[in-house]
Write a protein that binds this ligand. Structure first.
Ligand SMILES: *[C@@H]1O[C@H](CO)[C@@H](O)[C@H](O)[C@H]1NC(C)=O
Ligand SMILES: *[C@@H]1O[C@H](CO)[C@@H](O)[C@H](O)[C@H]1NC(C)=O
Ligand SMILES: *[C@@H]1O[C@H](CO)[C@@H](O)[C@H](O)[C@H]1NC(C)=O
Ligand SMILES: *[C@@H]1O[C@H](CO)[C@@H](O)[C@H](O)[C@H]1NC(C)=O
Ligand SMILES: *[C@@H]1O[C@H](CO)[C@@H](O)[C@H](O)[C@H]1NC(C)=O
Length: 668
């Protein structure tokens, strides 16, 4: 977060204050728990009891307005537990109490039997051990957090590193002195880097250390700043059991309202809640005004020049994306996902498991851990990541970054709280939350997302696995397509691995793709069509090799359409809310998309114009591709020969066949 010189001063003040306000509220973001020792205790043992006593007395010490406290529990030597906590010296007592309270709970639940553990939060640390740990400087275990999105230009400037170096040449000593000083035991420093950029540094040791130990601890911790030499990070924190260091490009230490951003005031420095509310309100009002203005401005412009604006965004958008700015380190991801813990697992896709992660700054992310058997080279992987990151559209899930270390390949996406469309569509309880107008909005959004992949982005991307579980929903139920570009990424793998596997999901795959592996934009159009019919009917398009089911979604939709009763397929929940014209149009559109011959299917561009313009006439659909049945047909025809022009519906019932062969009637 670089302070922008162009931002007006009041706005800058507001932003800075807001950052601090937000930091305050996310104070209990857990960074990492480390169950240090492989020595364990048995549940309900004396040690366990002592540990519980220790944790509750630490917690109660915090309520006595202490930012640091140590405690000992137990008399017998072997079962004594030693523990301490330290809150960041600048946080308010209320934050400290909250943080320590969370820490005592989390450390117990995350390390249920460890005889030694440490937990780091944004605003506090807490540790306990069977060993006497007071007055000893300890550097292990450790963890670091960095703000991954750095501006490469800034990071590569000498000014930046000189400022960082010069700041941390004085901070260790000052942190040591601060232990006996009046400043709640922490040291801060501010350094002009270059031009408008200012760096802010912070160091704090646990107060039981000597000044010399503290000095050493801070020196060693600062040496851990990520790749300081070669373009690391715009902001970072390093946590040791005995000290914490941090630098940022914005003032993050709580301050009084005085002139210097790092002036300390004594006592409780929490920003009064009322002040926060006022600031946030003012900010929100400004934001709303700005966005209304922007929306109006954009809308007027967009109407005139929609195409150019997309082109322009492409031209200028991707330039600010660089690999460095996308790269996360594994420690950060492990911290954010509790070491890929089961509670954080939110799904399993075709390409690997997905976890929910929370970054230190409170941002929620979705972490996709790719299956590791991939043989793709590092450079290739990075190139693909960069390509995917450049695909930006409001109906595509945004790629935030990636991580590649050791065997791990990880993609990091924005987090979508509402999960995927299939969770709503095929769940009897949640179905009813999807009104017709929402479903129509979702259909249009998906179409726009696919169109962007096919035509508007600089790359032509064929998704190859369009289906409801790959459509995520944001808070306002706007659809966002996920897993795009994965086929590309995996495809390069396949060439190397010499496996030619058809990606995709039965039920959504076009016949030419499923049977001959041929894919084109029109295979995505087919999948889109299936999905549109699913959204309308609320039913899944099942395919099964085993069963002889013929009442699947496509044939039903087709039969009812042909019988001039298209609304029979409508999800019963929609009967109250649907708009007949739109529904009928969407059914027709869905059927156009699932036609057997790819050339007969409309392009995404045409689909969008159908959806946006009620007045455009759509062609009549041909019968859908019943390709699974088509496969069985060979087997079936021997038993049940059919008349010439209805060979494609050998799996339809006889009555249907009769209708089919005797009439060419289509509604309207
Ligand atoms: C775990 O215990 C074994 C022996 O009991 C020891 O060799 C090893 O270093 C210990 N590991 C850790 C991380 O403490
Ligand atoms: C520990 O004590 C609790 C309650 O006192 C009991 O429910 C639990 O089963 C005990 N666990 C063991 C391993 O003895
Ligand atoms: C911390 O809490 C324990 C138990 O509540 C108490 O005995 C002890 O004196 C407290 N320590 C400090 C430094 O206040
Ligand atoms: C706190 O730590 C000091 C050493 O720094 C130790 O002498 C003292 O006994 C500890 N207090 C408690 C309550 O454990
Ligand atoms: C940093 O730069 C500002 C002006 O940009 C100046 O007023 C201030 O004195 C400088 N601070 C230091 C420590 O050099």
């Amino acid at each position: 977060m670089i302070t922008n010189s162009k931002t007006s001063l009041p706005l800058q003040f507001l932003l800075t204050t807001l950052i601090i306000a937000v930091t305050e509220t996310s104070a209990i973001t857990v960074y990492k728990v480390s169950c240090t020792s492989n020595k364990t205790f048995t549940p309900n043992s004396t040690f366990h009891t002592n540990l519980n006593t220790l944790l509750s007395s630490l917690s109660s010490n915090a309520t006595n307005n202490l930012r640091f406290s140590n405690a000992t529990a137990g008399k017998e030597d072997s079962d004594t537990v030693y523990g301490l906590y330290m809150c960041r010296g600048d946080v308010s007592f209320s934050v400290c109490i909250e943080c320590v309270d969370s820490a005592t709970h989390d450390i117990a639940s995350n390390c249920p039997t460890a005889k030694e553990a440490v937990i780091w939060y944004k605003m506090c640390l807490l540790r306990y051990s069977y060993r006497f740990i007071f007055s000893k400087m300890e550097e292990w275990p450790r963890c670091q957090y960095k703000i991954p999105l750095g501006d490469p230009v800034v990071l590569h400037s000498d000014g930046f590193y000189n400022a960082l170096r010069s700041m941390f040449s004085v901070l260790p000593n000052e942190a040591g002195l601060a232990l006996s000083g009046s400043n709640d035991g922490y040291a801060v420093k501010q350094q002009n880097a270059s031009g408008t950029l200012t760096l802010y540094g912070f160091a704090q040791c646990t107060p039981d250390l000597s000044a010399g130990d503290c000095n050493r601890c801070v020196v060693d911790a600062a040496a851990e700043f990520p790749k300081v030499c070669c373009g690391g990070s715009i902001g970072a924190s390093v946590f040791f059991p005995s000290c914490v260091v941090r630098y940022e490009t914005f003032p993050f230490v709580y301050q009084d309202s005085g002139t210097s951003p790092l002036t300390m005031i004594k006592g409780d420095r929490s920003i009064p809640t009322r002040a926060i509310i006022v600031i946030v309100l003012v900010f929100v009002v400004i934001l709303v005004m700005l966005s209304c203005f922007g929306y109006y401005f954009f809308k007027v412009k967009a109407r005139k020049k929609r195409k150019t604006s997309v082109k322009e965004r492409e031209k200028f958008g991707p330039e600010i994306i660089s690999l460095e700015s996308l790269q996360f380190d594994l420690a950060t991801i492990e911290g954010a996902t509790n070491n890929f813990s089961q509670e954080r697992r939110i799904g399993k896709g075709g390409y690997g498991e997905v976890y929910k992660g929370i970054l230190l700054d409170g941002e929620e992310i979705a972490v996709k851990r790719l299956s590791t058997n991939s043989k793709q080279g590092m450079e290739e992987f990075k190139n693909e990541v960069l390509l995917i990151a450049k695909l930006q559209h409001k109906n595509l899930v945004r790629l935030i970054g990636f991580c590649q270390e050791d065997e791990e390949k990880i993609l990091i996406y924005e987090y979508m709280p509402n999960k995927s469309l299939d969770h709503f569509l095929f769940d009897i309880q949640k179905q009813r939350h999807l009104t017709w107008s929402e479903r129509f909005k979702i259909i249009k959004g998906i179409a726009r997302g696919i169109l962007y992949l096919h035509e508007d982005s600089r790359l032509k991307i064929i998704h190859r696995d369009i289906k409801p579980s790959n459509v995520l929903l944001d808070n306002d139920m706007n659809p966002k397509i996920s897993d795009f570009g994965m086929a590309r990424m995996v495809a390069t793998d396949q060439i190397q691995g010499c496996t030619k596997r058809v990606m995709g999901t039965f039920g959504y795959m076009s016949p030419e793709y499923a049977m001959h592996g041929q894919f084109s934009e029109k295979s995505d159009v087919f999948s889109f069509g299936v999905m549109v019919l699913e959204i309308i009917s609320g039913k899944k398009n099942y395919y099964s090799f085993e069963s002889d089911r013929i009442d699947h979604l496509l044939s039903n939709a087709w039969n009812q359409w042909r019988d001039e009763s298209p609304f029979q397929m409508l999800d019963p929940i929609l009967v109250e809310s649907y708009c007949p014209n739109e529904v009928e149009k969407c059914i027709q559109l869905g059927l156009l998309c699932v036609q057997e011959n790819p050339d007969d299917r409309p392009t995404m561009g045409t689909i969008i114009s159908y959806l946006n313009n009620p007045s455009i006439e759509m062609p009549f659909p041909q019968e859908p591709a019943f390709f699974m049945q088509g496969r069985k047909r060979r087997y079936s025809t021997e038993h049940e020969p059919l008349s010439g022009h209805s060979t494609n519906h050998s799996f339809s019932s006889t009555t249907t066949l009769n209708k089919m062969s005797t009439t060419n009637f289509f509604p309207r």
